[in-house]
Design a protein around this ligand. Sequence first.
Ligand code: NAD
Ligand code: 0WE
Length: 265
Amino acid sequence: MDLLKGKNILIVGVANKHSIAAGIAQSMSENGANIALTYQNERLKDNVTKLGKEWGIDTFLPCDVSSDEEIKKTFVDLGSKWSHLDSVIHAVGFAPREELDGDFVDVTTREGFQIAHDVSSYSFIALAKEARDLMKDRNGSLLTLSYLGSQMTLPNYNVMGLAKASLEASVRYLAVSMGKDGHRVNAISAGPIKTLAASGVKNFRKMLSYNASRSPIGRNITTKEVGDTATFLSSDMASGISGEVLYVDGGFNITAMGSIEEAES
Ligand code: NAD
Ligand code: 0WE
């Protein structure tokens, strides 16, 4: 399909082929988009460049989203390549590892809270701020990635749950603000996927099998499925959708209990 034919799209958050942003880049390039990828640092540059070239992408820019200067430079560089921008994809989240292992009150620190909110939530606003000029008159879209831990508790997600709650609230405020320029702003709340950010998370395999069995579709979702939903939300097919958090989780979030077969008799 060619849902994004001729659209210029910036994707932030590819680390490797398992990244949700990689599934998004793949679906979007299959749908005719012109894509630019950013990488967080020099360590990831070669990997991201190699991957992107496989999908026919030729624009790669460094961008650490905790730096206003780097974000500014990203859009200056993008502006010298493209006369306009149609969409921004924000697939970035981070909290210090120690914040995601143990009792919430015990492990949460002021510094960890600040880092989690800065990198995982404020950065979306920072990208919107700098993208505005290049997106002028394009009726564009901005999209971020969230998780159910913003609405409900689960073990160890801790301060990331607060950061995602903040991110989802910012989707609504951004939708109003960017809406004045004709842009739409949405989030996908994805089910758990084994990515780099999930590796090293305690008991992640157990969480995956719990999620699969409790989900109405009886399995976990793939980065391709998130990618295809991102393609839809960034396309003109979704021109009526803004300020929304769309669950791509196989229906997990609508259940209060899994099948009774799993319960002990
Ligand atoms: P990932 O590790 O592949 O991607 C996370 C990305 O964030 C990496 O590319 C990393 O380089 C980038 N990043 C971290 N700090 C950064 C910084 N300071 N500047 C620039 N980039 C930075 O993992 P993923 O699972 O694909 O995560 C993408 C998004 O999806 C995150 O927002 C995550 O919270 C969200 N999400 C993940 C899952 C899951 O189960 N994997 C589920 C729902 C939502
Ligand atoms: O949003 C995420 C990933 C969040 C994340 C993960 C890490 C691990 C490595 C943010 N920062 C870091 N920092 C690190 O140093 N997900 C939705 C995936 C995820 O992460 C969890 C989960 C799930 C699900 C962490 C604990 C519990 C559940």
